[in-house]
Design a protein around this ligand. Sequence first.
Ligand SMILES: [Zn+2]
Length: 237
Amino acid sequence: MAARLFSQTRRTFLLSAAKKPLSIGGIRFETEKNSTSKRRYLHIHGNELTARQVLREHAKLNKGNYYFVVGDKRMVSIGDCQIDPNRMFTREGARKSLDRFNNTKTADQIEGAMALLDRDRASFLHTVIPPQGGLMIAMHNNSDGYSIKDELAISDKISMPDPDNPRDFMLATNAADYDKIAKGRFNIVLQQSVRGDDGSFSVLAAGRSIRYVNIEAAIGNYEKQKAMFGFLEIVLR
Ligand SMILES: [Zn+2]
């Protein structure tokens, strides 16, 4: 009992001691490090509360480096502009997102936001991208209007054993990872080849051959997202 208490206390201490700020162009991330591992975990949309809750619980028990975007909104401020943070990972994608969501801003304001991202992108990516052989897992939630059906046309492979729940699915960039997950009862697509740069982490990962899995579930679907995550951790070692 005493030994267990000690290890719990020590682990809590190590977790809190490892917290330090990380940012790109002023977009801040809370980091959490649980021991040493090649696993990286990302929560990139602040309004996706179920995903964040699932990931926070996961961080207590599973080794890896965890990154949580600060704030509770989907869009984040960059200079005078707004951007979808899952569109900032490449230069081309960031420009598209800035142009789309900042109609009232001047060209100089858009350029200012681009410069802030350009300044920090390489070092930010150096921190969050997993080391060779490692894996990045991102947690997302969706509302009505987005599902695996929107990904079918741009996917290399598709497995849909759960067609009645198209909003709950995974996306992998590595064929071997896809094959393992596709043996299970959850929907998954493989996107290994890049068909249009939207600046998302999945496009970055496909372009750089980074092992990446996105776990996407309907917002509020806590138990399902947790089950998908648990399955992933069992089959991907
Ligand atoms: Zn998202």
